[in-house]
Design a protein around this ligand. Structure first.
Ligand code: UDP
Length: 327
């Protein structure tokens, strides 16, 4: 069996990647400190608890499993938290990724797939966000991811660390079998919060800002189904196996939806009303983030299959109603 080291494999996206890797015949080795992930989500391969900044532990893991590649998901990813506590993001995301890269190079594991973000682009209204756009993040989360991209480029030049960078737009949905799904504590993401409001688990969904320069005044995002997203990671792995060189790819569908549109579609899919409160803007939020690129489709052959808003909300709702992690 071919081992792939999956950092953050106990998290939302990482656990879906593990399921897809296992189905494709790989053995995903989850390395996760469980700060935001769930051991219950590790169902598709071995689990090793550890921190990205623990070089000794990382060296042990590389020696024990001899992975052929790393999929690096482990990160803190909340825009609001990154603004109030940026040090946490520079320590965990940047220093942690640096430690991981150093361990990978020392172990001779030179293929790495990295989870980056459209937040690295920042506010570029009316600009098509393709991969060649300048990256000017406006929050510490985006800045931490851009810094890791820079380190990757330096490590490729100096140490031959080949990498595929995926800049995610907004990831949504869940495993259609509802075996795994999105579960954060506390939850900060739009769709699970809407589902909580629908089910009375919170009083209402607060819309963060209704005075943006968009048709309905709320922020616009490009939502992509988590299963489509992890399919791209398999294609990225194949790209590296074929030694095609390091490359960055946006992962979005090219279609943007406003916060109000997501709320309306959630009401339609669930056939329930969504209690809503209009609140102030959240610090660090960009007005509009929509992928303007088809590079992943053209070069990797990526074809999103489940990324309609209806499908993403439907899959998220099924998971929300039937599954959650509690230990
Ligand atoms: N949002 C909102 N209310 C919430 C959570 C999010 O209005 O309780 C908005 C947020 O301002 C952004 C969009 O929903 O415009 C998506 O936010 P999320 O946190 O899900 O993802 P992000 O775009 O920050 O990665």
């Amino acid at each position: 069996m071919t081992n792939i080291l999956v950092t953050g494999g106990a998290g939302y996206i990482g656990s879906h990647a593990c399921k897809t890797l296992a189905a494709a015949g790989y053995t995903p080795i989850t390395y996760d400190n469980l700060s935001t992930g769930w051991q219950e989500a590790v169902k598709f391969g071995p689990f090793e608890q550890g921190d990205l900044t623990d070089r000794t532990r990382l060296d042990q893991i590389f020696a024990a499993y001899q992975p052929v590649a790393v999929m690096h998901f482990a990160a803190l990813s909340q825009v609001g938290e990154s603004m109030s506590n940026p040090g946490l993001y520079w320590h965990n995301n940047v220093a942690g990724s640096l430690c991981l890269m150093q361990a990978a190079v020392a172990a001779g594991c030179l293929d790495l797939v990295f989870s980056s973000t459209c937040a690295t682009y920042g506010n570029q209204d009316n600009v098509v966000l393709d991969e060649s756009c300048a990256q000017h993040p406006i929050n510490a989360y985006g800045a931490s991811k851009r810094a890791i991209e820079d380190i990757l480029r330096d490590f490729e030049a100096a140490h031959g660390l080949r990498h595929v960078i995926f800049r995610y737009f907004n990831v949504a949905g869940a495993d259609p079998a509802a075996e795994i799904g999105e579960f954060h504590q506390p939850e900060t993401h739009l769709i699970p919060l809407i589902l909580d409001a629908i089910e009375g688990k919170r009083d209402a969904l607060t819309i963060f800002g209704t005075d943006y320069d968009t048709p309905d005044g709320t922020c616009i995002r490009d939502y992509v189904h988590v299963c489509d997203l992890v399919d791209a990671h398999l294609l990225g792995l194949k790209w590296l196996e074929e030694s095609k060189g390091s490359r960055a790819f946006n992962l979005g569908t090219g279609t943007g939806f406003s916060v109000r549109e997501v709320i309306d579609q959630s009401a339609t899919v669930s056939n329930r009303t969504v209690p809503v409160i209009e609140g102030p803007r959240r610090a660090g939020d960009c007005t509009r983030l929509v992928s303007g690129s088809t590079r992943a489709t053209k070069e990797l052959g990526w074809q999103p299959k489940r990324s309609t808003l209806r499908q993403m909300i439907g899959d998220a709702l099924r998971w929300h109603q039937t599954g959650h992690y509690d230990k």
